[in-house]
Design a protein around this ligand. Structure first.
Ligand code: THU
Length: 134
């Protein structure tokens, strides 16, 4: 899939965001190794802490569909500032999609490319648990 198409998938997903409280509409498009795309949006709740971010919505949907190999994650918000993933999403990306390229996209469709190693240095992950159950 062309990167422009992938970005438009994230834009489309942002329009489905359920964000009546923050009015901050986030879309994510997760490209699989085979080129297919899984979309995610943020889903809020009157009990605010239950909110699920767009990135985690997409990643959890992918896992539920049996997908494990991810190429790119696009994160789109219709604002001039780039929206980086929150701490919780960084930890989940580190767990499930550590090799994926992360593209932050703003309202002008400008792209800031990053990676989980840049966003979450000195991370805690499965490697750190090795030996702890022996
Ligand atoms: N949000 C995301 O969906 N992804 C991010 O990367 C940052 C924050 C959502 C959570 C909440 O619904 C709204 O944006 C404001 O924090």
């Amino acid at each position: 899939m062309k990167e422009k198409e992938l970005i438009e998938k994230a834009v489309e997903a942002s329009k489905r965001a359920y964000a009546p409280y923050s009015k901050f509409f986030v879309g994510a498009a997760l490209e699989l190794e085979d080129g297919r795309v899984i979309q995610g949006c943020n889903v809020e709740n009157a009990s605010y802490g239950l909110t699920n971010c767009a990135e985690r919505t997409a990643l959890f949907a992918a896992i539920a569909q049996g997908e494990k190999r991810f190429k790119k994650i696009v994160i789109f918000v219709d604002r001039q500032d780039f929206t980086p993933p929150c701490g919780a999403c960084r930890q989940v990306i580190n767990e499930l999609a550590a090799d994926a390229e992360i593209l932050l996209v703003n309202s002008s469709r400008k792209i800031k490319r990053t990676s989980i190693s840049e966003l979450l240095p000195l991370s805690f992950g499965s490697e750190d648990l090795k030996g702890s159950h022996d």
